[in-house]
Design a protein around this ligand. Structure first.
Ligand code: ZN
Ligand code: ZN
Length: 742
């Protein structure tokens, strides 16, 4: 611990001296913060022309003064709020989203077997597993958990099926509570209440919303299309459904159950494997203080990252990005809380990402491989509209066609343990410099010839990165090499669930609709110099948001992206951006050209061949003797600085920042040699002219230093200004800047 603290202090000094870091690295606002922001646009409600299954709507009273909404905790009584703030644009995203509902035909989840009924359940946009019911005593309309993991734990599990009837001569509708379904705990099913008789929804003068017996008292509600407020829909023919694939009417897949007990195999959030004592005891003592969300965890993580950076320098390597970049990403991951209920076993307000910690370990060959490790529930914190996906993945039952399969319109939390390499392993020159033969690739799965490998198909068949909300990213193409957008299998946020019912991103929802509730949003750009950081690819390359047309002055705006979707500029290093580009794909005899909104294209630009445990994302990594050290398993930490030495001698090349800097007239340059070699250290002026040779001779393995007295080769003092010093020895080359004051 002494070493760690000392190193932390030394690094603090270094940071103070190296001023002028220009890279603007920041994270997008998490969904819970978006909720508190003003919507910032005026809105004129327009009524829907017909009531349709899956419509996203708002309910406005007949005086056009009030809008129906759920409370801040979603569950409980419905109430109304003043409509004007939303019309005037001063209302918040929370005001808007709490007023938005999706209406579903009673049979939506079983459409393959049942017909539409013309009666609807009403679901809060912020909680797709919840539905509108009534409180038996007060007769207030209330929101209850209808089908989450926890619904059977409620005092009452019930929902109402509504009939909407147009009031003749008006654009308003009465809402008739025409039937009610109550959960039977002994049969584990909802059963219709045969004693129910119709009641009507009434907005009372005290602001309560109740069910009443007399049709004459019923409020005529304007049912307005909510997409004018926040558009969450991917239309037929849009860039997220260019083939106009229609909405598939298959049954929804059942939640996974335990084969032995028949009970749900999803776990209670509070029993999450990431939150147990077992998880903590899996992690080495050296790293445990980084776990969780406390201030102490944050400062420990920062200190450990400083040690890792110094270890890398000592070995002649570098962190790929600044420590700030990794800490910004870490803080953002830990700042996501469920602000909606779209996951079967999520809990409103709880964290989506449990731990982000840095590990420091060497391979058996002595190679150093530090990582950022992320323990995540792999779930976004905002609503995801899975019901709306036109053609979700089928269950893949062998011997069945798609229309016979159940499909995934629901999601469960998972446990993922993601490793992002911190060491700069370099970049590939050619696509196939990365060897994917051990893992398989979309290209090899499709039996493509190596000559046909490209940045779309030479990529993993599974997850390739993690987004800043803690959700994994897949390549833009699906497993049959068509873009997921083209296959119409993702939501308007660019996400979907696979057969295992876990979420993953395939495309950029921001570029698609800019509706303000995506992974990142236009609001994030204001006052910044570069798009926000929105993810990390497993090869260690950072992913930033798309360059927005409204922010053309941003750093790197004019630097063209390469085939991988990346570029390099200023102090940012090589990094990816989400981007949009024209795509042409064919289905049968038809060819479609549309705009493909890429999040992460697929192929790895970072060198992956040396990264241990590449593509491993499960907590089973703790049990794997080869790679458990890289996820920080108990007994594996190699954090201490002394571990770098080779019988007290350096094991890698290094050149350190000169000290002092700025200086007048003498400064010291320290460097490490892992073996005997010819060493040249020279000083150049800012025009690149060599002005002094400090060292040019054979030197032995060890820790070295030399001094520059600010004189040139002729012995004359040089002018004040910036100078560059460089070292070359064998394969190792490095240059740094320094400033002479007079
Ligand atoms: Zn997918
Ligand atoms: Zn850039």
């Amino acid at each position: 611990m002494y070493n760690l603290k000392l190193r932390f202090l030394l690094n603090s000094i270094t940071v103070i001296m190296c001023t002028g870091f220009a890279a603007d690295v920041y994270a997008p606002k998490p969904f819970k913060t978006i909720m508190t922001n003003p919507l910032g646009k005026e809105w004129t409600p327009s009524s829907v022309s017909t009531i349709e299954n899956r419509s996203h709507v708002v309910f406005i009273d007949n005086t056009e003064s009030y809008i129906l909404q759920v409370g801040t905790n979603i569950m409980g009584s419905l109430s109304v709020q003043d409509l004007n703030p939303l019309k005037e644009g001063t209302g918040t995203y929370s005001d808007a989203l709490r007023s938005m509902f999706q209406i579903l035909d009673l049979n939506t989840s079983s459409l393959a077997n049942d017909n539409l009924t013309g009666t609807y359940t009403i679901h809060p946009e912020l909680a797709s597993y919840y539905a509108v019911d009534v409180d038996a005593e007060s007769l207030n309309l209330t929101v209850r958990d209808k089908s989450s993991y926890y619904h059977a734990d409620q005092d009452v599990s019930a929902y109402i099926s509504f009939t909407f009837t147009n009031v003749v001569g008006t654009s308003g509708y009465t809402l008739e509570a025409s039937s009610r379904y109550i959960y039977n705990f002994s049969t584990d099913t909802y059963e219709q209440d045969n004693n129910w008789s119709s009641l009507w929804v009434v907005l009372n003068s005290d602001g309560t919303v109740t069910l009443e017996e007399n049709l004459n008292d019923a409020t005529a509600w304007t049912i307005a299309n909510s997409r004018d407020l926040i558009d969450v829909v991917a239309d037929l023919g849009s860039d997220f459904n260019p083939q106009s694939t229609s909405w598939q009417t298959n049954n929804f897949a059942a939640y996974p159950t335990d084969a032995n007990t028949g009970e749900p195999s999803a776990w209670d959030y509070n029993d999450s494997p990431l939150k147990t004592n077992q998880f903590y005891s899996n992690v080495d003592d050296d790293y445990q203080n980084q776990l969780g969300h406390s201030d102490e965890a944050n400062s420990t993580a920062s200190a450990v990252l400083n040690v890792i950076e110094q270890n890398l320098i000592d070995l002649g390597y570098t962190l790929r990005y600044s420590t700030d970049t990794y800490l910004t990403f870490r803080n953002a991951l830990l700042d996501n809380n469920f602000a909606s209920i779209d996951m079967y076993n999520s809990v409103l307000g709880e964290r989506t990402v449990e731990h982000v910690y840095f590990t420091s370990a060497y391979g058996d060959d002595g190679e150093y491989h530090p990582f950022m490790v992320i323990a995540t529930h792999n779930a976004p914190s905002g609503p995801q509209f899975l019901i709306d996906v036109a053609r979700p993945p089928g269950d893949g039952t062998p011997g069945t066609s798609y229309d016979e399969q159940t499909i995934t319109r629901n999601a469960i939390l998972e446990q993922k343990l993601i490793k992002i390499p911190l060491r700069d392993y370099g970049l590939v020159d050619n696509l196939t410099d990365n060897d994917l033969s051990e893992f398989g690739s979309l290209a090899s799965d499709q039996n493509l010839a190596i000559s046909d490998y490209n940045v779309d198909n030479y990529t993993s068949t599974s997850s390739i990165g993690i987004a800043v909300d803690g959700v994994i990213m897949y390549p833009s193409s699906n497993n049959v090499l068509v873009y997921a957008t083209f296959a119409a299998e993702i939501t308007s946020t660019g996400i979907h669930v696979g057969r295992g019912m876990g979420f993953h991103y395939h495309a950029d929802g921001y570029a698609f609709n800019q509706n303000g509730i995506n992974l990142y949003n236009r609001d994030d750009y204001v006052g910044r110099s570069h798009p926000p950081i929105i993810g990390f690819v497993f090869d260690g390359i950072a992913l930033f948001g798309k360059h927005d047309e409204d922010y053309i002055g941003m750093d790197g705006y004019s630097e063209i992206l390469d085939d991988f979707g990346g570029h390099s500029h200023g102090d940012y290093g090589y990094h990816h951006h989400a981007f949009s580009s024209s795509a042409t794909q064919s289905q049968g005899t038809d060819t479609y050209t549309y705009t493909q909104n890429f999040l992460q294209r697929g192929a790895f630009k970072g060198q992956i061949n040396e990264i241990p445990g590449f593509l491993e994302v499960s907590t089973n990594q703790f049990m794997n003797d080869e790679i458990k050290r890289y996820v920080g398993a108990s007994g594996t930490s190699q954090l201490e600085i002394g571990d770098n030495s080779n019988n007290g001698l350096p094991v890698g090349f290094a050149m350190y920042p000169n000290f002092p800097n700025p200086f007048n007239p003498i400064t010291q340059i320290r460097y490490n040699l892992p073996k005997d070699n010819l060493v040249n250290i020279s000083i150049y002026d800012i025009q690149g002219r060599k002005i002094r040779t400090l060292i040019d001779k054979n030197q032995s393995v060890g820790f070295h230093s030399c001094y520059w007295d600010s004189k040139n080769d002729l012995g004359a003092g040089v002018a004040a200004g910036m100078y560059i010093y460089s070292i070359q020895t064998g394969e190792f080359k490095a240059t740094k800047k320094m400033v002479l004051l007079r």
